[in-house]
Design a protein around this ligand. Sequence first.
Ligand code: SF4
Length: 385
Amino acid sequence: MARITVGAAIPSRSKPAAALSPASSAWRSAFRRRLVAWYRKNARQLPWRETRDPYQIWVSEVMLQQTLVATVTAYFPRFVARFPTIAALAAAPEEEVLKLWEGLGYYRRARQLHRAAQVIRDEHGGEFPRQIEAARSLPGVGRYTAGAVLSIAHDDPHPILEANTVRLFARLLAYRGDVRSAAGQQVLWSMAEALLPKTASGELNQALMELGSQVCTPRDPACNACPVAALCPTRAAGLTASIPAAQAKMQITAVREAALLVRRGARVLLLRREAGERWAGLWDFPRYAVDPDAGPVEQQLTEHLARDTGTQVRIGARLTTIKHSVTRYRITLDCYAATHVTIDPNTGATRTVAWVTPAELVNYPLSTTGRKLTRLLTGKNGVSG
Ligand code: SF4
C-alpha cells in the first residue's frame, strides 16, 4: 500500500479526527463506507454515468477537462451520437471533429482525442487499451485520464487525481504544502492509491470527485453536509479557508489584435489556422496582433494580409471591438470592414483560404470570436450581404 503522509500536526477539537488519520486502515474503511453511501444517494445523473463504454467515458473525461459539467452535458450526447465508436471518430475528418467541438474551447483536446482514436484503431485493434501504460501513451491521455477510464469502465484499481480530489485530499490530510509541487503531488497520489478499494474502484473514484465538486468546494465547503466531516482534520481545526494553500495569481498580459471582414462580392475571406497557431485546424477571419509602435493599424493589416494570402484590400470602418481572454492573455480585438481589390499570385503566400458566403459560414469550425463576427455579418448590424 502507498505510504500516506499526514499534514503537520494541527490542534484538533474533534476526538474522532484526532484519534484516526488516513494512515490507518480503520480511517480508510470508515471513509470509504461513508463516502459510497453518500454517493449512492446523492450522485448527479449525468449522461456519461449511464454507460460503462470506455470510449464514451474517455470522451466525457476529455471534455470535462477545463469545461463545466453543464456545458459538457450539452456537447457530449451530440458528439457520441455523431461518433458512436472509436472507429467512427478515427475515420472522421479533423475539421468535422473540430466543428462538433466548436464552443468548448481548448481545441487541442479535440485534435488529440481524434489522433488518439486513430492510434487505437491502428495499434490496439480499435479498443481503448486495458493496460494503463498503453493508455497513458495515447495522445492527450495522462495518468488521471487513463486511471479514470479504466477504473470507471472496468473497475481496474487505478487511482485518480484532478482538481476536485486535489482539494479534497489536501483537506483530509491537512496538507499545508504546495499541492502543485512534485512533493505535494506525490503525497496526494499516495492518498489516492491508499484509498482504492479491492473492488468497485470506479464507483469510489467517481464518489471522490463528486464529493470534491459538490461538497468540498474551493470556497465555503459544505462541511455540515459532508459525510466524512467527522474524519476531517481541516474541518476540526477550522482551516478550510487556508487549505489547500492559495496559488500564486496568474500574470495577465493585455494584447491588442485586429480582424478583417474582407468582402469580395457576396463572399468573405476565411483563413485556416495552422499547426502551432492558436486554434490550429479551425477557420477564422484574418486576424493579427497589432504593434502600437509600428505605424497605422490599417497599414499593418494590409501588409500582413498581402504577405499571408496575396490579397490586396482597402480597409474601411471599424465595425466593432470584442474583448475576450485566452489563457493568460486579455485580448482587445478591433474588427474592420475591408474590400477586396486584387490578388497578386506572385507573393508566394501559402495560407489556406476560403471565400465563402455568409450562409456557408455555419459549415466551418470557427473560434468563438469568429462566430461572433459571423453573427455581425449575417445579422443586425447593417453589414450583412
Ligand atoms: Fe471538505 Fe469540509 Fe468535508 Fe473536510 S469536512 S472533506 S473540508 S467538506
